[in-house]
Design a protein around this ligand. Structure first.
Ligand code: LLP
Length: 405
């Protein structure tokens, strides 16, 4: 259970000082997921590149960097934050289907590890930028292995027909082209089949296809060094990440002994269990046959329930009254889609009582917005049994208009 990382007495103190809604992260929980990955994969010693999109906050990123991890970035902004957080440039990879020439230039000037390109046109652009800078761009291709990861359709990416990656046939053409270029250096190949994947089977199939392809490419004279199997390993709702041992066995089973260095891009699995959203009850009411709890967090703070139907466990901080009832937990935003939990089973909270929403460390704050002109929440890092610090201040009303001219 994740509640052990978020003690009620500490949550109360945090809410009194930082206010609500507030994202609360546990350093211990974050480091524990990192340790689980390292242990499960120790036989092949891969490079882990933390997928910053899950949570790009500097404090968590700095922890990952301190553990020797690199970063997977998907925009110039993430690259900027990665460098600022202390990731070594030589351990940063740049993914994404639409990198602009400016972003490619920024990446090359920063001396990053390699770029995961996703189309022939992008590779041609990368070549032009590299030529202008008089460098050789380290290139990897994102290949679409046509594997179904059996997850939500919005986060399924490894089937042909999605916008991601190139087919093996196209990849072969691009590698043969790149191998002839003075300004491109083919170094790796990547896939990312999707997110919230709960079984190792799809990875084994995709990894097998990638390994066979890399071997075939070697016979054509293009020798790659890195096999990047992406991220996507799932998290049990309300729990730690799924045991990574089956994933490690599947990946090692394919790549051990090949001489290829394996790269992984985990995001959710390290960040989700480490974060909770702390919110306060504003009002309670009945609407038709339903009981509503109206809280001060909303879909602008955590959009996953509205967007993906994600079920984040909710608990009262402190005791509730009477028997358990079924509640919809909703925010103040003017949309019926603004709910944080539907049909949650809770005892009745008091007005002003705190609620904690678990498994919110990934794609929580990083997907938050100012919709309804709601300043974004504060963020706090718990660093010990009774110690914590503010890692991002709550936005103010002035922040809402600060960029307007
Ligand atoms: N690498 C690439 C190229 C990716 O596109 C992603 C996630 C990852 C790694 C990390 O995947 P993870 O380990 O976090 O599953 N907003 C959605 C998730 C979108 C995932 C997008 N790509 C959600 O809240 O469920």
């Amino acid at each position: 259970m994740l509640s052990k990382y978020f003690k009620p007495s500490l949550l109360k103190k945090i809410s009194e000082s930082a206010g609500t809604p507030v994202y609360v992260y546990s350093e211990t929980a974050f480091l524990k997921q990192i340790a689980s990955y390292k242990k499960a994969f120790r036989s092949i010693d891969p490079l882990f590149c933390y997928a910053m999109k899950a949570n790009s906050g500097g404090a968590l990123c700095a922890l990952a960097a301190r553990e020797g991890w690199g970063a997977d970035v998907v925009s110039g902004g993430e690259l900027y934050r990665a460098l600022k957080a202390g990731f070594e440039p030589g351990k940063i990879i740049f993914s994404g289907v639409g990198k602009t020439p400016e972003e490619l230039e920024y990446a090359l000037k920063s001396g990053i590890f390699f770029i995961n390109a996703e189309s022939f046109e992008e590779v041609a652009e990368l070549e032009r930028v590299a030529a202008r800078l008089k460098v050789r761009a380290p290139l990897s291709l994102r290949i679409n292995p046509d594997v179904d990861p059996h997850t939500h359709k919005f986060i399924t990416t490894g089937k042909l027909g999605s916008k991601f990656g190139v087919s093996f046939e196209e990849a072969q053409k691009i590698y043969l082209y790149a191998a002839e270029s003075k300004h491109l250096e083919p170094v790796g190949a990547q896939f990312h089949i999707g997110s919230q994947v709960h079984s190792a089977g799809p990875y084994a199939v995709a990894a097998g296809r990638l390994a066979a392809f890399i071997l075939k490419l070697a016979s054509r004279g293009v020798n790659l060094r890195y096999a990047d199997v992406g991220g996507g390993w799932g998290v049990k709702e309300g729990g730690e990440m799924a045991d990574p041992a089956p994933l490690a066995r599947a990946v090692a089973g394919v790549f051990a002994g090949t001489g290829l260095k394996v790269i992984l891009e985990p995001g959710r699995s390290v960040a989700a269990p480490a974060g909770a959203l702390l919110t306060r009850v504003i009002y309670r009411k009945r609407g038709g046959h339903k009981n509503f709890i109206i809280v001060d967090a909303a879909m602008n703070d955590l959009i996953r329930p509205a967007l993906y139907g994600a079920k984040h466990p909710v608990a009262l901080v402190g005791p509730g009254r009477g028997p358990e009832k079924i509640y919809d937990i909703v925010g103040p935003v003017c949309e019926s889609g603004d709910f944080l939990a539907e049909a949650a089973r809770l005892r009745e909270p008091a007005g002003g009582q705190l609620l904690v929403i678990y498994s919110a460390g990934a794609y929580g704050f990083s997907m938050s917005s100012q919709y309804n002109s709601r300043p974004r929440a504060a963020e706090v890092l718990i660093t010990g049994p009774s110690s914590w610090r503010l890692i991002r201040r709550r936005e103010t009303y002035e922040d809402l208009v600060a960029s307007e001219l």
